[in-house]
Design a binder for this molecule. Structure first.
Ligand code: COA
Length: 332
């Protein structure tokens, strides 16, 4: 009997309307559009505005679009996983909030927090439920409202992040789908990229607010170096163990953190940039959202049987790569 695989059978992204340009950031912090573009490749990012608008808004829009385009009824979904570091509330999980809003009643739902690697961790987790035969229609969401934890007086972080995300549907398939995955974590990274307060170690107090400890702190250089090393290592290894060269792979789909990181990883893994999905100039780093947004934007170009290598690196540190054999041709 052949192995059951988990195939991606649909993808849908969503970003909010408001566009925060480099020029607008020039008015907020001591920076220039030229510095941002040269050092990161980012020109603009989307921001979710409005009272009471959490990450679930991104997930709800993506999942509603996904259900519609795949002709799937919400009752058919038996598992929904949401990768995010900016859940609507500490609990319940944003996955539950999304499911409730879109009418998913027959699923169990939970969040995964692996920062920028969250979508890949969640994709591998969802895959295992499909491969085991226990679940038939699984939705994996990657979404973040990074603007809710960004200090718009800190020029080293506010230029990087944006809001957005996407969702994929996973279904059983004997030929196509998630072929292999490789993941790592290393707690040494916790000192370089974190949000200090708001958890159980430093619950919110007036002082944590005054000291701006509810925002992202990042020491960019060590993160940059670890991201390049980590992603190029897992991309190379997952290709080697599946006997793939860059010629066999149609697309490298890297997490969008910095254009220079993407270019260096591509070079180290021998990928020409024409085969690398890059949209960081439009969205910045949407954390768990970048990879599903890429898949959504490139969906019209993806063909059945295309080999894709997804890779991400994020806070924790967390990182990994997934080898996907794309399962469908573009809709006419
Ligand atoms: N505008 C202008 N100058 C800035 C600036 C900004 N927005 N941000 C930092 N600078 C300054 C610094 O203060 C520093 O000045 P100094 O030399 O006088 O001290 C100088 O630019 C260089 O800063 P540095 O931090 O060395 O820049 P960098 O080339 O490393 O770029 C990042 C900074 C954050 C863009 C880069 O380190 C990075 O992308 N890191 C990884 C990010 C990442 O992947 N994060 C998410 C994990 S997935």
């Amino acid at each position: 009997m052949s192995k059951i695989r988990a195939a991606i059978t649909g993808v849908q992204g969503w970003v909010p309307d408001y566009v925060l340009t480099n020029q607008e950031l020039e008015n907020l912090v001591d920076t220039t559009s030229e510095w941002i573009t040269t050092r990161t490749g980012i020109q603009e990012r989307h921001i979710l505005k409005g009272e009471g608008q959490g990450t679930s808004v991104i997930g709800i829009n993506a999942v509603n679009g996904l259900l519609k385009k795949t002709n799937t009824s919400p009752e058919e979904i038996d598992l929904l996983i949401c990768a995010t570091v900016t859940g609507d509330m500490p609990f319940p999980d944003t996955a539950n909030i999304i499911a409730d809003a879109v009418g998913i009643k027959n699923a169990f739902c939970f969040d995964i927090n692996a920062a920028c690697s969250g979508f890949l961790y969640a994709l591998t987790t969802g895959t295992k439920f499909v491969e085991s035969g226990s679940h038939k229609k699984v939705i994996v969401v990657g979404a973040d409202k990074m603007s809710s934890i960004i200090d718009y007086t800190d020029r080293t972080t506010c230029i990087i992040f944006g809001d957005g995300g996407g969702a994929v549907l996973l279904e059983p398939n004997e030929e196509y789908g998630i072929m292999d995955s490789l993941h790592h974590s290393d707690g040494v990274g916790q000192q370089y990229l974190f949000q200090k307060a708001g958890g159980s170690r430093y619950p919110p107090t007036i002082d944590t607010v005054i000291n701006r400890e509810h925002f992202v702190y990042q020491n960019g250089k060590p993160v940059f170096k670890a991201a390049v090393t980590g992603m190029s290592d897992v991309v190379t290894r997952i290709m080697e163990r599946n006997n793939l060269t860059a010629d066999d792979v149609s697309w490298l789909v890297p997490h969008q953190a910095n254009r220079r990181i993407i270019e260096t990883v591509s070079e180290m893994a021998n990928f020409p940039m024409e085969k690398v999905m890059v949209n960081i100039h439009k969205y910045g780093n949407t954390t768990a959202g970048t990879i599903p947004i890429c898949l959504w934007e490139w969906e019209p170009q993806l063909k059945k049987g295309d080999n894709l290598i997804l890779t991400a690196f994020g806070g924790g540190f967390t990182w990994g790569a997934i080898y996907v054999k794309w399962a469908y041709d573009p809709a006419n």
